[in-house]
Design a protein around this ligand. Structure first.
Ligand SMILES: Cc1cc2nc3c(=O)[nH]c(=O)nc-3n(C[C@H](O)[C@H](O)[C@H](O)COP(=O)(O)O)c2cc1C
Length: 342
């Protein structure tokens, strides 16, 4: 076994000291206005001190009607910037890189209290979201509304870097709005945003271009891509891995700094260790030097090291294992120090 886990790697404009990333985990700790609370800061301070090279902070909604839950952090207005600075300061004080996820939930509304006054969330098509437990019939987005929607991601990203983040990650998985466009199960549009994958991915590409143009190359622009609507061991349905390989290749050609791989309508959970490895490897196989993150069920250093050595991915994401034990990276480093010295 080699030492890839502790080797530095360049991700866009920043050098990461090791291959470990804190995967975004929504904490539901915001105020009702989407501002971080003492609890949000406490969790992020623990991550900042954990030894990961990069933290991808939980999804922030680009508009208050784009929240999945009421207690979700927002990057929807300039007022949030000074509050977010307190969060990013925790990272700079602890020498840990940090970017933040920008998201619009579309029709994946998970909080009943959001459904007031006949309000209807937006979606590519008037179809109930297959993963939404509530009765929510979305309003289909009009073609002329698309540019404003794209701009919401760009403006939220600008606020993020003003607050001190080193960049952003565009949330394009887990069945949220961009994932709803990617999947033929939720996108049955007849215009240039529906039909074949090049049309279903158009919204994602437009968001990527707008964010990149707004942030310039000084900042990281990452995409968390839903590789498919089914898990690797399931019968394929909806968005397929072959389609998302094409999307990933296009994003790589467009200059994306980091591709972070998870599921789309199938969500983020699976069984066993490294349960998305087949998808991650398939995508890594077509994107050349673009760094790829593999996440999902990685709890042991040997698993992480093996994925890196086999070239399945360039970085590994730790979600729940890190939240269970914020010292996990230090434990891995210490327990393997002797081995690596040999
Ligand atoms: C409670 C919870 C909240 C999550 N919130 C987010 C999120 O905000 N953004 C995101 O992309 N993934 C989110 N995820 C998915 C995780 O980033 C990660 O992909 C998943 O937990 C699998 O990795 P793990 O096995 O290391 O936990 C969440 C997962 C959990 C359990």
């Amino acid at each position: 076994m080699g030492k890839v886990l502790w080797q530095p790697i360049q991700v866009g404009p920043i050098e990461l000291k090791n291959r470990l990333i804190s995967a975004p985990i929504a904490t539901s700790t915001s105020t009702k206005d989407g501002l971080p609370t003492a609890d949000t800061l406490d969790i992020n301070e623990k991550i900042a001190k954990s030894g990961v090279a990069l933290s991808i902070v939980e999804h922030h909604a680009v508009h208050k009607e784009g929240r999945t839950r009421l207690r979700q952090l927002l990057l929807d207005r300039d007022e949030v910037v000074s509050y977010q600075q307190r969060l990013t300061d925790l990272y700079s004080n602890n020498d840990c890189n940090v970017i933040v996820q920008v998201n619009h939930a579309g029709s994946l509304v998970q909080d009943e209290d959001m459904l007031v006054d006949d309000w209807a969330p937006i979606a590519p098509s008037a179809l109930r979201h297959p993963c939404c437990a509530l009765y929510v019939m979305p309003r289909p987005i009009k073609l002329e509304e698309m540019p404003d929607l794209v701009e919401l991601y760009a403006q939220a990203s600008l606020r993020a870097v003003k607050a001190g983040y080193r960049g952003v990650e565009i949330h394009a998985c887990h069945g949220y709005l961009i994932g709803q466009f990617l999947s033929p199960l939720t996108n049955q549009r007849k215009d240039k945003y529906g039909g074949e994958i090049k049309n279903r991915a158009r919204f994602l590409f437009e968001v990527y271009e707008a964010v990149r143009d707004t942030l310039s190359d000084e900042y990281v622009v990452a995409v968390r891509l839903g590789a498919a609507d089914s898990l690797p061991n399931e019968e394929p349905k909806g968005l397929t891995i072959d389609e998302s390989k094409w999307v990933a290749k296009e994003l790589s050609a467009m200059g994306v700094d980091l591709l972070d791989i998870s599921g789309n309508l199938c969500g983020y959970d699976g069984e066993g260790s490294a349960y998305f490895a087949d998808y991650v490897a398939a995508i890594k196989g077509v994107v050349g030097n673009t760094p790829v993150v593999g996440t999902g069920g990685i709890t042991e250093p040997a698993t992480a090291e093996a994925l890196l050595e086999k070239g399945v991915c360039d970085l590994v994401g730790l979600g729940r294992a890190l939240r269970k034990n914020y010292k996990i990276v230090h434990v891995w480093e210490e327990s393997h120090a002797d081995f690596y010295k040999r």
